[in-house]
Design a protein around this ligand. Structure first.
Ligand SMILES: *Cc1c(COP(=O)(O)O)cnc(C)c1O
Length: 397
C-alpha cells in the first residue's frame, strides 16, 4: 500500500484524536506497546497530585480521605468493563505472577479431588514457573502440558488468551466451555489482550492480567485479578494478608476472610503505581474497544502485507486468530532488531529467534506501519544488521 493511502487512512481514523493524549518522543515509531505502553499525558499530573497533595498535605489521613485504602477495589471496578466483568469482581494489586499464584491455588482448593494442573509450556515463562512452584509446594500435583489435550481429570487449566511470542489468540468462550464441561476450572491470563480488543472473561472462574502493556498504567503498574462471583464465598486466598481480612483494623489474632472480593487483596496497595493506573483508566473510560480491535486487525494486516515474504511470519495470517502483534522468525533476529532500533523503529526480540512488533491502536497509525515496514525491508535488503555493534546482547532484549 502506498504511503499516501496510509495518510488518508490516518486522516479518517476515528481513534486519531487519542494519539495526542500520549507523550511520544519525536522521530521514533514505538512498536513495543505490548511490553510497556506509552505515557498518557494525564499521568504526570495525577502522580504529582498523589505525591504532593495527598501524601505531602494529608499524610496518613490520605488512607481515608484520598481513597488509598479502597484503591484495590475502586480501581478494580474501573477496570472491570475492559474484561467483561462487573463491579465487585476485580481487585487490583501485586504483580501478574503473584495473582496467577493466587488464582491457580484458589482453583486447586476448589477441586481438592483432582491432582492435575494443565498449563502451556510455551506460555510466558512466569505463568508456568508459578504453576510448577505451586505444584512443588503443595505436593502430589501433576503439571500437564496443554499439548496433551486432556482436561477430564484436571483441577485447573491456565492459559493466555494471546500468546506473547506469536500473538496467536485462543477462542476464550469455546475453550472456557470445553474446560468447564470437563469439570475443571478455567484461569485466563489476558496480559496480551486487555486494552487491545474486547476481552470477556465473565464465564471464566478466574482471570489475571497486567496493566503496564496496552493499558499504559506505567512501569511496574499493578496487576488485576478477576474472580467469578460464584466463587466469592468459597474461594480461598493462599496469601491471607491483613487487607483481605473481614475486619483489618480489628487486628484480630486469627485470619477471617472478607465475604466479598476484598478477600483477594493481600496488603498495603502500591499507592504511587495505583495513581499511574488511575490516570490511564481516565483515558480508557472513553475508548471504544470495538474500534480498537478493528484498527488493530487493520494495522497488523497491513504490516504483514507490506513485509511480505522478506521474513518468515510466526503469527497467524488470519487477523481474527491473532492479537495486536506480529512476530517474525530469523536466526539473526536480535541483530536485525538492534539495527531497526538504531533507525528509530522500536520492536523487541524474544529468544531464540523472534522479532516482535506490537501495534497499540491508540497511538500507532497507518503511516507508522508503512514507515516501519519500509525500514525493516531496507535493513534486510542491505543487510545493515551485519554491523558488529549489533551483536552484543543488552540485559533487556
Ligand atoms: C507480561 C506478562 C507477565 C508479567 O508478569 P509480572 O509478574 O507482571 O512481571 C506474565 N504473564 C504474561 C502472559 C505476560 O504477558
Amino acid at each position: 500500500m502506498h504511503r499516501d493511502r496510509c495518510l488518508a487512512l490516518d486522516a479518517d481514523d476515528p481513534l486519531r484524536a487519542f494519539r495526542s493524549e500520549f507523550v511520544l518522543p519525536e522521530g521514533i515509531i514505538y512498536l513495543v506497546g505490548n511490553s510497556l505502553g506509552a505515557l498518557p499525558r494525564g499521568t504526570a499530573e495525577r502522580v504529582r497530585r498523589t505525591v504532593e497533595d495527598e501524601w505531602g498535605r494529608q499524610l496518613v489521613g490520605a488512607w481515608n480521605h484520598a481513597g488509598w485504602y479502597e484503591q484495590p477495589l475502586t480501581l478494580g471496578d474501573r477496570l472491570a468493563p475492559l474484561i467483561g466483568a462487573g463491579p465487585g469482581q476485580v481487585v487490583v494489586g501485586n504483580t501478574t505472577s503473584i495473582v496467577i499464584y493466587q488464582a491457580v491455588a484458589a482453583a486447586l482448593r476448589l477441586r481438592p479431588e483432582r491432582r492435575v494442573i494443565v498449563s502451556d509450556v510455551r506460555n510466558f515463562p512466569t505463568d508456568h514457573y508459578m504453576v510448577e512452584g505451586l505444584a512443588g509446594l503443595h505436593g502430589g500435583y501433576e503439571v500437564r502440558d496443554l499439548a496433551a489435550g486432556r482436561f477430564d481429570d484436571a483441577a485447573v487449566v491456565l492459559l493466555s488468551e494471546v500468546d506473547y511470542r506469536t500473538g496467536a489468540r485462543h477462542d476464550v468462550p469455546a475453550v472456557t466451555a470445553e474446560v468447564q464441561a470437563a469439570g475443571a476450572l478455567m484461569v485466563w491470563d489476558v496480559c496480551h489482550s486487555v486494552g487491545a480488543m474486547e476481552v470477556d472473561v465473565s464465564a471464566a472462574d478466574f482471570a489475571v492480567g497486567c496493566t503496564y502493556k496496552y493499558l499504559c498504567g506505567g512501569p511496574g503498574a499493578p496487576a488485576f485479578l478477576y474472580v467469578n462471583p460464584r466463587h466469592h464465598a468459597s474461594a480461598e486466598n493462599v496469601l491471607p494478608g491483613w487487607h483481605g481480612h473481614a475486619a483489618p483494623f480489628a487486628f484480630e489474632a486469627g485470619y477471617r476472610p472478607a465475604a466479598d472480593i476484598r478477600r483477594f487483596v493481600v496488603s498495603t496497595p502500591h499507592v504511587l503505581s495505583m495513581a499511574g493506573l488511575d490516570a490511564a483508566l481516565d483515558l480508557w473510560d472513553r475508548v471504544p474497544l470495538d474500534l480498537v480491535r478493528a484498527k488493530s486487525m487493520a494495522l497488523t494486516s497491513l504490516f504483514i502485507e507490506l513485509v511480505g515474504d522478506a521474513l518468515e511470519l510466526a503469527s497467524p495470517r488470519e487477523a481474527a486468530a491473532r492479537g495486536s502483534q506480529v512476530s517474525y522468525r530469523h536466526p539473526e533476529g536480535y541483530r536485525i532488531m538492534r539495527a531497526l532500533i538504531d533507525r528509530g523503529v522500536h520492536g523487541d526480540f524474544r529468544a531464540p529467534d523472534l522479532l516482535r512488533f506490537g501495534f497499540a491502536p491508540l497511538y500507532i497509525g497507518y503511516a507508522d506501519v508503512h514507515d516501519a515496514a519500509a525500514t525493516l525491508l531496507e535493513v534486510l535488503e542491505k543487510e545493515l544488521w551485519r554491523d558488529e555493534k549489533y551483536s552484543q546482547r543488552l540485559a533487556v532484549t
